[in-house]
Design a binder for this molecule. Structure first.
Ligand code: HEC
Ligand code: HEC
Ligand code: HEC
Length: 192
């Protein structure tokens, strides 16, 4: 089991799952390549104390596991980018629910299908993989009103960092990976 320890991170946290969000931030955040690569796995691998993220004066830099080593067995897509949902589901990581780790996660399992996708396949938004590491409040009501069809979402807005783009392209896989969101063939879908 690989445990990723992230001691000092700058950036914005999303909420309760701070350690996880921190990990994703370091993974994909300011350093992400356009394709969602990990800055320590795609391109030059630099020692932790020189990565510009960790405080080189802090003793922890000597005990932290280097990302390239910690993540070497994580599942990846065809382009070598880590699939974090599979990584979580396979138990390779076990993020804390909070700073103390004693909070309960409240996961829900239902999908919302977005159908205003022009000629693209429909978009499935799955609550389950999101609520395994995010709280409802991370999205509701600031990013999305919790109402099917209640938000006017466009691709341009997503790419500009709104709606799904608050996270996708920053701490989650980027808008470039069209088919991970546009995953539902137009004829195979129930009512939204
Ligand atoms: C993170 C999820 C996500 C990714 C990745 C994504 N989309 Fe979308 N896309 C959406 C959502 C959500 C909508 C809104 C649909 C609705 O409101 O019914 C949308 C809408 C669209 C639309 C129709 C509305 C518009 O604004 O034009 C097109 C066309 C589209 N996407 C193309 C793409 C293409 C091409 C890619 C890859 C380069 C892509 N999308 C990647 C989530 C995504
Ligand atoms: C990652 C963002 C995100 C998180 C986290 C999230 N949701 Fe949602 N939720 C959405 C989106 C997107 C929609 C669809 C909005 C739309 O259709 O415009 C939605 C829709 C809903 C709806 C409306 C369903 C309907 O049929 O009208 C409810 C209820 C809801 N969410 C409850 C929750 C609860 C409870 C949690 C926490 C356990 C949660 N959501 C966590 C993004 C999220
Ligand atoms: C608050 C942050 C946040 C928002 C907003 C958000 N996501 Fe995600 N999403 C994540 C994270 C974190 C993951 C897991 C990491 C990854 O897969 O890169 C994820 C994963 C996914 C997955 C992969 C599920 C799987 O089983 O592999 C899909 C599909 C997805 N999101 C679609 C969407 C769509 C569509 C929207 C907007 C309607 C959206 N997300 C909005 C954070 C978010």
């Amino acid at each position: 089991m690989h445990i990723i320890k992230v001691m000092k991170i700058f950036g914005v946290y999303f909420g309760a799952v701070t350690l996880l969000a921190g990990m994703l931030l370091v993974s994909f955040g300011a350093f992400a390549e356009e394709g969602g690569g990990h800055y320590q796995l795609h391109g030059d691998v630099v020692p932790i104390q020189e990565d510009g993220i960790h405080d080189p004066e802090n003793d922890a830099v000597k005990t932290l596991q280097p990302p390239a080593e910690a993540m070497k067995d994580f599942p990846r897509d065809a382009r070598g980018v880590i699939n974090w949902v599979e990584t979580l589901d396979s138990g390779l990581i076990a993020p804390r629910t909070g700073l103390l780790g004693n909070e309960k996660m409240h996961s829900v399992d239902f999908d919302v299908i977005f159908k205003n996708t022009a000629s693209m396949p429909y978009v499935r938004f799955p609550h389950l993989p999101h609520t395994k590491w995010l709280t409802c409040k991370n999205c509701h009501p600031a990013i999305f009103l919790p109402q099917r069809g209640g938000n006017f979402v466009t691709m341009a807005a997503i790419i500009e960092g709104e709606f799904c783009g608050v996270c996708h392209g920053k701490v989650a896989f980027p808008p470039l990976q069209c088919n991970r969101c546009h995953s539902v063939a137009r004829e195979n879908v129930g009512l939204r």
